[in-house]
Design a protein around this ligand. Sequence first.
Ligand SMILES: [Fe+2]
Ligand SMILES: [Fe+2]
Length: 430
Amino acid sequence: MEKNPKITANDLEEHIREHDKLRLLLSVTRNISRELEIDRLLMLIMDEVKNALNCDRCSVFLVDREKGELWSKVAHGEKEIRFPSHLGIAGYVASSGEILNIKDAYADYRFNPDIDRKTGYKTFNMLNAPLRNQKGEIIGVFQTLNKKGGAFTVDDEELLSAIAVLSASQIENAQLYEEQRKTFDSFVETLASTIDARDPLTSGHSQRITMYAEEIGKLVDLDDQEQRVLRISSLLHDYGKIAIRESILTKASELTQQEYEHIKEHPNFTKSILERINFSRDLADVPLIASSHHEKLDGSGYPKGLKGDDIPKLSRIIAVADIFDALSSRRHYRDRMPLADIFALLHKEAGSKYDAVFIEALQRMRLDKLVLILEQDDIGQPDQQNLQYLEKFTINDLLDAIKTHVDSELVTGFEKYYLRNYLERPGSKL
Ligand SMILES: [Fe+2]
Ligand SMILES: [Fe+2]
């Protein structure tokens, strides 16, 4: 072997290229390993690849085995694309597992120009690589289009293959995570419907207050993580009612003091039951949040008599949604309380019992959304035209219209649903 081999300019260039490649790989790994939400992950991977390979576009096509299709949800600049999994170059790569570096797409017989035709895009050159999972199965295809300043190189091929290995395992993790999340969410929904079914007086309550809470959450800009905790906590907030005696829960006449005290135990039951569920770390606060929905800002609530900011923020949202649903729902012994009266009552208790910020947010809710929640399990399907009219207004607009008597069309348009005038029930007081 030669001693002290000379480092040539070529060696140095090669060395720098290898170094750059590793640096890029490291940054891609770092960036994609944090994301487990599948749509965001795919978007992120496509951006990373586009930058790493210095090309104009990157798509990830995933194999849908059941349908025998390849699909891409978030290709740059387009919506979901789907096609039979043997078609086009992506289809060829998905079945052969080859890396394909094509210098002139239109000269290749496998190229399917339909997508270009549909989108008005022009593909010149392309690099395709299969995505394989750890078992070696092909789960998708990377397709990068139009290298800037020339064709894709052998270095690009190596880099894309390496990124494909990292991406495939992260995509599989994300798919698994999504599946588990869906299973868990359907389990929570089922629990919520069992409690709603047990309590006919407040039928649909858990579903409705979840929708109100989610609307308030959106209007105060909660992030996705907080919205998820809010959703699960709302669905399960009254779950403890499962431990309340049926005769008391469904009693039509007034409750005795003792019976009322028994009902007031339900948040404690909610807490102790939910604490037995093995929530993931991001949902660890659900038992506390769900069980604090009857706490009041001035400490007059239950079960702990927490005050002000000691009450979790999301519980304060649920509390507003809870009282709003109670007052705006029909019971067998009374109709819905008029909306203006509900907000007069809420304003009186804003700051002392309920958080004013969330009452104010609720008032910014659009009326079409409100009607859909109010009517969700009723027979009267809201008319599309009515909804399109109502979507231009919020609860605030409606309260103004009621007060000033100026916009009577808005008031009657809404009350048609709120008072259920369209039913024309015989003997109705309305
Ligand atoms: Fe409750
Ligand atoms: Fe409730």
